[in-house]
Design a protein around this ligand. Structure first.
Ligand SMILES: N[C@@H](CCC(=O)N[C@@H](CS)C(=O)NCC(=O)O)C(=O)O
Length: 252
């Protein structure tokens, strides 16, 4: 059973998969792609993942893409230390939350990420090079062109931050409903793993806008204390560790 994970240290979607591997104590080979240099858009990689994004899992030659699909796949083929409830109703609830998370915080977090962390790199490019790079992206072409080389406008940024805030409130409500400490109750599930990187990212960007929600504060402390957290967020996995201009933003 050999696992090869094509991913990127700071990629939020990759962090979900690394967390599950680490929590299960499964060895995996990591192929690190440089997303700003366009490794994810090279023809050989596009054959594996036609979306031109990370992560991609190669399991003995079987290719699985999309981070939430990969985490579910891993939990099926390596059921020990399961992240999936046995009860079908609870399982459905977990999947509902995973869909919500992809729709809301995971999508919204890209706006502050790009504006605050990646924009300076894009601003160094010529207009032609930037447009060519944006147009080569199968999934994110329009996203990149909307951002342009001046960044997302304030209304877009405000909208993303509002969607993130509503997501924290939803997490709070879910924990209250389940009794916590995790989203579905006593056991950590793939829904917790799915939402983790968005909160870690906003904390890293110095905008942890959930300090008035004690259940979310505790959830965040708990996930950072999980044994899989440190190996997942090895040095270089936080944007503030890669982009010196973010250092002063990041809180301790
Ligand atoms: N739905 C996909 C989204 C993957 C995704 O957006 N990956 C980002 C990094 S977190 C990426 O590879 N971006 C490269 C690009 O935009 O060119 C998943 O969950 O795997």
């Amino acid at each position: 059973m050999a696992y090869k994970l094509y991913n990127a240290p700071q990629s939020t979607c990759s962090q979900r998969v690394r967390f599950v591997f680490n929590a299960k104590g499964l060895p995996f080979d990591e192929v690190k792609l440089n997303l700003l240099e366009g490794d994810q858009l090279k023809p050989d990689y596009l054959k594996l993942n036609p979306n031109g994004v990370v992560p991609t899992l190669d399991h003995d030659g079987a290719i699985v893409i999309d981070s939430t699909v990969i985490t579910e796949y891993l939990d099926e083929v390596e059921p020990e230390d399961s992240f999936t409830p046995e009860d079908p109703v609870a399982r459905a609830r977990m999947r509902t939350l995973m869909h919500y998370i992809d729709e809301m915080p995971a999508g919204a977090v890209r706006v502050p990420t790009f504006n605050l962390a990646f924009l300076p790199s894009f601003q160094k490019m010529s207009r032609d090079a930037f447009v060519a790079m944006a147009e080569s992206k199968p999934l994110r072409r329009e996203f990149m062109l909307t951002m342009g080389q001046t960044g997302f406008p304030k209304a877009e940024m405000d909208g993303a931050l509002a969607r993130l805030r509503r997501s924290y409130e939803r997490i709070d409500a879910e924990i209250e409903k389940s009794g916590g400490p995790w989203l579905l109750g006593k056991e950590i599930s793939l829904a917790d793993v799915a939402v983790m990187p968005a909160l870690v990212r906003m904390h890293d960007l110095g905008m942890p806008d959930w300090q008035d929600l004690p259940r979310v504060v505790t959830w965040f402390d708990n996930i950072r204390a999980h044994p899989a957290y440190k190996p997942t967020y090895y040095h270089g996995s936080l944007l503030s560790e890669r982009f010196p201009h973010l250092k002063e933003r990041a809180s301790a």
